[in-house]
Design a protein around this ligand. Structure first.
Ligand SMILES: C[S@@+](CC[C@H](N)C(=O)[O-])C[C@H]1O[C@@H](n2cnc3c(N)ncnc32)[C@H](O)[C@@H]1O
Length: 192
């Protein structure tokens, strides 16, 4: 299973705040691009992806959404925002993942708690950024969890926490989060 975390400081955390203009919902348009890049290839859905989304925007932050490849997950490239909206509407206001539709769950959990929980589970976690070990130098890519930030990266107050995490880079230019997913998948595909 390929495992990723996408953190967004701005993504809204209430279903009724997701309207036609996704940009106004804390750049939910970027979240949708990330989901598409994480799960879709030409004419198919990748069968082996687990994507954690941490939304840290108003009014109910934090929210932890988990999407996992599942033939029955009701997701298409056209209704990604609809699925997120449904998850936010039905989110419990406490920790404990609740499956809302096949392959899609939600709970209240912070970024830090998620990373700590995955670390306790023995996961090998890497923070993606321009500076860091070149992805091509890492061994056993398929066993790692990759953390990607939103359009603004990570807030300053998270720096101390982020310092503890290993860093890796997919290249010398700062690119869109969704492009990072495409490159990571490609590197993983080439390592199969
Ligand atoms: C659009 S970038 C964020 C730009 C933001 N101004 C910053 O400086 O962090 C979105 C995310 O993509 C990832 N990213 C961008 N370029 C990268 C690169 N060359 N290698 C690895 N990750 C990268 C980082 O995780 C970043 O937080």
């Amino acid at each position: 299973m390929r495992e990723f975390i996408y953190y967004s400081k701005s993504a809204v955390t209430a279903g009724n705040m997701i309207k036609d203009d996704l940009k106004k919902a804390g750049r939910m348009d970027i979240v949708c691009n990330v989901i598409i890049a994480a799960f879709f290839i030409s004419n198919a859905m990748r069968p082996d992806v687990k994507l954690h989304l941490i939304f840290d925007g108003p009014p109910n932050n934090p929210r932890h959404l988990v999407l996992e490849s599942n033939e029955d997950m009701p997701i298409s490239k056209k209704n990604v925002a609809g699925l997120i909206k449904k998850l936010l509407y039905k989110s419990p206001d406490k920790e404990g993942l609740l499956e809302i539709v096949p392959g899609a769950s939600v709970e209240k959990k912070s970024f830090e708690k998620l990373v700590q929980d995955l670390d306790k589970d023995g996961k090998d976690i890497y923070l993606l950024g321009k500076r860091g070990t070149d992805i091509r130098e890492l061994k056993n890519l398929g066993d790692k969890v990759f953390i990607i930030g939103d359009q603004d990266g990570f807030p300053k107050y998270k720096e101390k926490f982020l310092k503890q995490i290993e860093k890796c880079s997919v290249g010398p230019k700062i690119i869109f989060a969704s492009q990072v997913f495409t490159i990571l998948h490609n590197e993983l595909d080439r390592n199969l």
